[in-house]
Design a protein around this ligand. Structure first.
Ligand code: SF4
Length: 213
């Protein structure tokens, strides 16, 4: 990363953190993904249950392996070998886990988190249930307003996710959202966290590196 990009990531990341704190979240700016992984690693005690969504950010940071090696029981429903029933069971268990880990689709400079989900399990866990929630977000997901967050989803987040998941939706061809009627549409549940959910212990780690979509 060059000097200007470093300045920009830190400046925007710090501003987003300040806004998140005003909205009741714990928020930290960390320069590298490695630091974020280490921060999460330090929360783990052997035997605790850790739920994770199918996040590219978490995969890029190898978080699931790191917490598993630290002794956590990882609840991850996107493993290929699982039956549909087993996946459902894991998604339900994530709602009451000790620690839920996720990224977010966008974070605004007003300190809001915007997410789109297909099943709704990820946004449900982000809203209520786990004893602690940690969101890891690369600075590439910082936007100015909620309108920018929606635009980010339609252009930069959902199309590559559809491509990755092989859903065959139109945006996996066009590269941008066409508000499809596809049976495989992954954009079904839209949520905004404008303040920290009242009963949640919720931390947002903003990382000064590009992570995820
Ligand atoms: S609504 Fe359809 S076309 Fe738009 S991003 Fe979602 S899956 Fe793609």
């Amino acid at each position: 990363m060059n000097e200007i990009e470093q300045w920009h990531s830190k400046t925007l990341g710090t501003a987003a953190c300040e806004a998140l704190k005003k909205n009741g979240f714990e928020a930290l700016f960390l320069e590298t993904g490695k630091e974020a992984a280490e921060w999460i690693r330090n929360l783990i005690t052997p035997g605790m249950t850790v739920g994770t969504g199918g996040s590219v950010t978490l995969q890029e940071l190898n978080i699931q392996q790191i917490v598993a090696e630290a002794g956590a029981d990882v609840l991850f429903h996107s493993r290929k070998e699982l039956s549909p029933e087993e996946k459902m069971e894991i998604m339900r268990a994530q709602l009451t886990c000790d620690l839920f880990l996720s990224s977010t689709n966008a974070v605004t400079l007003a300190g809001e988190l915007y997410n789109i989900d297909s099943n709704g399990n990820r946004v449900a866990a982000l809203t209520f249930g786990p004893k602690k929630t940690v969101v890891v977000v690369g600075w590439n997901k910082i936007v100015k307003t909620m309108k920018d967050a929606e635009a980010r989803l339609e252009l930069l987040a959902s199309p590559p996710n559809n491509k990755r998941l092989g859903t065959g939706t139109p945006c996996a061809t066009t590269g941008y959202c066409v508000d499809c009627q596809s049976e495989n549409r992954i954009c079904r549940v839209y949520t905004v966290l404008r303040r920290k959910p009242a009963k949640s212990d919720f931390t947002v780690l903003i990382v000064g590196e590009r992570l995820g979509y």
